[in-house]
Ligand binder design. Structure first.
Ligand SMILES: Nc1ncnc2c1ncn2[C@@H]1O[C@H](COP(=O)(O)OP(=O)(O)OP(=O)(O)O)[C@@H](O)[C@H]1O
Length: 277
């Protein structure tokens, strides 16, 4: 059985239909990224799966139960969009405090180390930087050793190095069997982490695929570009870029100036996809 199974999920706020008939399956051990523009319905969907929000219609099963009916607190970890502040408490106190809520909590010191806050154990949470607060949120999400972890825009405000460290943390969790559902606006993050991505636009799931194959990206035409002897840039789109490059190499009798061969990025296909909706 899948970790998550959703059929015909619907949620409206007054006249505003935020989630409009979403079907979704997430396998055990999978990392699934939900992409979509602001207001597309990602957070609403995820909050329904977490049991934080009630749905208007549809079937939802999370780890075999309906999140609206059953507490899954011990088995599910949740990182909401931006909290990370606990008044005068220190990082160590907050993580130790949350650890007490779980029957099989991880070691607080080890978790703090894993999220890269070891040198902030004694810092009061309100003194942390934005990115450090998000790291604390992540620590609280994983302290209970969840089977399933929800992360809503987990790396917003992270510097590039912190983002890479966070990606490694997610890979470690995946390797230990944790199922992960994350929302993100960073396409390279989805590409780096996700087994599959789902694109939500206006409350509908318009595509689900691997990052490599989304929008038939893997079979899209390649763009070959190079510089002519006169110094102008030339480019051509081709299904057989190797032949184009071979031909250029012959023509230039060796090195082709400024040669690049590119295919559409995940961001390219994503933008094209949501532009149509
Ligand atoms: N508590 C609420 N009350 C009323 N409307 C809401 C509420 N929460 C969300 N909405 C509306 O539902 C729609 C979907 O919002 P949601 O937060 O799910 O989008 P999102 O895809 O997570 O966006 P973002 O990328 O900006 O986080 C939006 O039109 C939003 O205004």
């Amino acid at each position: 059985m899948d970790a998550i199974r959703v059929r015909g999920l619907r949620k409206a706020y007054g006249d505003n239909v935020a989630v409009d008939g979403v079907d979704l399956d997430v396998a055990h051990g999978e990392v699934f990224a939900l992409l979509g523009p602001n207001g597309a319905g990602k957070t609403t969907t995820v909050e329904i799966l977490e049991g934080y929000r009630r749905r208007d219609a549809g079937e939802v099963s999370v780890l075999g139960s309906d999140p609206a009916a059953h507490g899954l607190r011990d088995r599910v970890g949740i990182v909401l969009q931006g909290t990370g502040e606990f008044d005068e408490l220190t990082v160590g106190e907050v993580v130790r405090h949350f650890a007490r809520f779980y029957p099989a909590a991880d070691d607080p010191a080890a978790v703090i180390e894993r999220v890269g806050l070891a040198d902030k154990v004694r810092a009061r949470t309100h003194t942390l930087s934005g990115g450090q607060k998000r790291r604390l949120d992540v620590a609280l999400g994983i302290i209970g050793r969840p089977e399933l972890l929800f992360l809503d825009e987990p790396t917003t405000g992270f510097d590039p190095e912190a983002r890479r460290e966070f990606w490694q943390l997610i890979r470690d969790l995946r390797a230990s069997g944790t199922t992960i559902v994350l929302t993100t606006h960073y396409l390279e993050e989805a590409e780096a982490l996700a087994d599959r991505v789902g694109v939500i636009a206006r409350g509908r799931l318009i595509a689900v695929d691997t990052p490599r194959s989304l929008g038939r990206r893997d079979s899209a035409l390649a763009t070959v570009s190079w510089r002519t002897p006169e110094g102008a840039w030339e480019r051509t789109r081709s299904a057989t870029p190797t032949a184009v490059v071979t031909d250029l190499a012959t023509r230039f009798a060796g090195e082709v100036p400024g040669l690049t061969v590119t295919r559409p990025t995940l961001e390219d296909v994503y933008l094209e996809m949501i532009g149509d909706h």
